[in-house]
Design a protein around this ligand. Sequence first.
Ligand code: SF4
Length: 603
Amino acid sequence: MRARSLYGWTGRLARVDLSRGTCHVEQLNSRLLETYIGGRGLAARLFLDYAPGTGDPLSPGNVVVAAVGPVTGTAIPMNSRVHFVFKSPLTGGYGESSMGGSWPSFFKWAGYDALVILGASEKPAYIVLEREGCRVEDASQLWGLDAYDAEEELVKMYGVSTARAIVIGPAGENLVRYAVVTHGSPRLGIGRGGQAGRTGLGAVFGSKKLKAVIAIAEEKSVPVADEEGVKDLARSLVKKLSEKGIVLRRYGTMAMLDIGNALGFLPTGYWTRTRFEGLTAEKINSEVVRGRLACISCPIACGRDARYRLNGRSGRVEGLEYETTYALGSLLELDEPNAIAYLNDLADKLGIDTISLGNVLGLALAAREKLGLDIPSGKPDVEVLAKLVEDIAYRRGVGKILAEGVKAIAEKLGLEELAVHVRGLEPPGYDPRGLWGMYIAYATSPRGACHLRHMAYIIDIRGLAGDSRSLSKEKIMAIVEWEDRMSLFDSITMCKFSRDVVHFEEASQALAVVTGLDYNVKLVREKARLITLLAHYIERNVFGRAASYDRIPARLLEQSADGKAPAPRQLVEEMLAEYYRARGLDAEGRVKLEELRRLGADI
Ligand code: SF4
């Protein structure tokens, strides 16, 4: 590969030391960028430089790395995404989360490929990033504000047209282990926002007394190698994405609710059943959805603008999304869209991941006696749930233990047989008894139970490798292939909802016209494999969480109350071994260092 100059990338990294209150801009060498591309690949590689080791994730020794890709902020559609890597305070292992919206583009336009956050501040702080440099500012006046108020105050201070801020809410300040970093307050009117929601990044920010990171972009452009090539490719992709994205545009992610009910994978009643007739996409759309929202550069606009009325209060929230609707709806057997939207709004303001939150509430309801909760059985009262959400965010009463997450609650109260998590992460809305590929995806995703790393639910729903309730070598090969392609999306960076249009060929074309380098399908496949293995390497080799952590919760290996049989345990074990083989892991589930080096890793 021959470099002409740096296009697509800015070549700049902001290194912040919160203990000293300093921020320095450093150059990233082109070989590092070409090898790890950006986003997930670059963030994971930079994370390794700080010897993550065995320290407490909520101590100053934890490091947060954020990175965007060469495509971010260009004219290529659906590019506004950033990837974070850190040690997770929820799982104790590899933490990662990806976020869309507008902040990722502003971060790139402000002149950065990556941000490294070290140490911890003594007093509340926020980071300012702009082309002229970066600095740490006092955030005392923002500490204690909810996420909407904090973001609005900062963005208005620096200018709505030029600035975007990611913030934490009270949950992050109070170290709730599934707190988020977020942006896109519905009151700001800046389109679809985004949340780095999974594995507790908000708590890591809180432990560092970091309230926000603001990116200021006077110029909104990224130099690319082949301007005409970028324009041509962008035009062609926008046309195809608009055609393929009709359902997503019409229903948002909510279409999955009806598919889940039809196929029987919609987690219901804290993982006891697989269907919930009380909610449909049409019901959600007609009762609360009032418009669409898009990330920067997206022709699909999967985001929803929802309004709710409930018990004398009214509000506006970005959503509802499928994952939130499952977690705060079917999982809790709550069938009122207005009530779900209200809980969604509350969680967003307080800065809590709705997937983990719904699972914690579901476990709390299932174990109400053990937790000493005086809540009658049956359909839950939304006001009781809302009070629990606030108690969690402020760590009041029973909220103290609930703020620790499902795994910690289960260990403390002896609820391991009841609790549903993998590696300490609560699952999204795909019961593997209805989609058997999700057994392998949940067991092997480096961050724990996750749908976004392998996209196995798509393979199952579409029957791309056999029946949805089957496991085979063919399906494992498909899972490995999709896992690599999703690593590429997270690195270049592009939204995964472009998956029906952007394959390795289109991704390599985008990289080539943006960077001017000789990216081709073969090379891009190798990079994708390298980046996938790098994430596994951190979780499995560095943190030592290999085969013994690849476990499916007991409840999901039993027949559901509505008759959905699980995959046979023996078959799941055999297919896990098959995954290790296809993924190139050793028999203990660890990454072979020689394979990483063969693919170009400098570790
Ligand atoms: S499809 Fe949705 S998440 Fe993806 S870029 Fe578009 S608006 Fe953002």
